[in-house]
Design a protein around this ligand. Structure first.
Ligand SMILES: NC(=O)c1ccc[n+]([C@@H]2O[C@H](COP(=O)([O-])OP(=O)(O)OC[C@H]3O[C@@H](n4cnc5c(N)ncnc54)[C@H](OP(=O)(O)O)[C@@H]3O)[C@@H](O)[C@H]2O)c1
Length: 223
């Protein structure tokens, strides 16, 4: 199953996995451009009250080996119009937790399964431009780290994928150092499916830059 896969990283991953022979259910806010007999698409908003019921229905259709949560949104902060701030946390973080709550109990019962969440290297940064996005990813990464610890002894793997910039409509800032192509991001996800690490950060070359930025921002904030 892939959630948030009508575009960007989720769409490219769906195409790659279908080509590799997977049967896939996709759930996304928009219709999918994919037409394939091994693919079923359902249109849903992860923040909708009916989303958990839809997930329960889909989970009942058969055992899931893998769930990848790619749904995400990000908007720049407008301090005079903060109405969308909570929605960003709802879609990015709460939507992922609701998805995990629907798919993981079945995996635990079978002692088999893999949950992958696409987070961001922004999870460790204070962001004046998009505080709701970085806060959602901080919560996202922390939650999946704890879940990985809890579930590994039960035979279920959880992977938190921390990407730098990826060339999709989501990458909005003016400067996008070390931005990778969507296909490269899918290469990394395929590697995570094979090796099932608890945490995976890419591209590694951006790591020192993020650490330096983190320190600079903390000093600037007086934190
Ligand atoms: N691109 C980057 O630079 C980057 C870097 C680090 C991490 N990430 C993370 O990677 C993930 C995928 O992002 P992307 O770059 O592939 O962005 P994208 O191209 O905008 O794709 C996001 C996908 O999520 C769907 N979606 C958004 N809101 C949803 C909702 N409420 N319910 C269901 N589906 C929803 C979108 O559908 P619609 O198109 O219909 O809205 C789209 O299919 C996100 O979590 C993002 O934070 C991205």
């Amino acid at each position: 199953m892939l959630v948030g896969n009508s575009d960007g990283i989720g769409l490219a991953t769906t195409k790659r996995l279908l080509a590799a022979g997977w049967d896939i259910i996709g759930v996304s806010k928009s219709e999918s451009p994919i037409a394939n007999t091994a693919y079923l698409h359902r249109v849903a908003d992860v923040s909708d009250a009916a989303y958990p019921d839809l997930m329960d229905e889909l989970v009942r259709q058969g055992p899931l080996d893998l769930c990848i949560y790619c749904a995400g949104i990000g908007e720049l902060l407008d301090p005079l119009q903060m109405g969308d701030e909570a929605r960003i946390i709802d879609v990015n973080l709460t939507g992922m937790v609701r998805t995990a709550a629907a798919v993981i109990p079945g995996m635990v019962k079978r002692g088999h399964g893999h949950f992958i969440g696409v987070s961001s290297m922004a999870d460790e940064l204070l962001s004046a431009e998009a505080p709701s996005y970085s806060a959602s990813k901080a919560g996202f990464s922390n939650y999946l780290g704890g879940l990985a610890l809890a579930l590994k002894p039960r035979g279920v793997f959880v992977t938190n994928v921390r990407f730098g910039f990826v060339d999709t409509k989501m990458a909005k800032s003016d400067a996008k150092p070390f931005m990778m192509s969507v296909e490269k991001a899918v290469d990394h996800l395929e590697s995570c499916i094979r090796t099932k690490p608890a945490c995976y950060t890419a591209p590694w070359i951006a790591i020192p830059l993020v650490k330096l930025l983190k320190l600079t921002l903390k000093l600037k904030a007086g934190a």
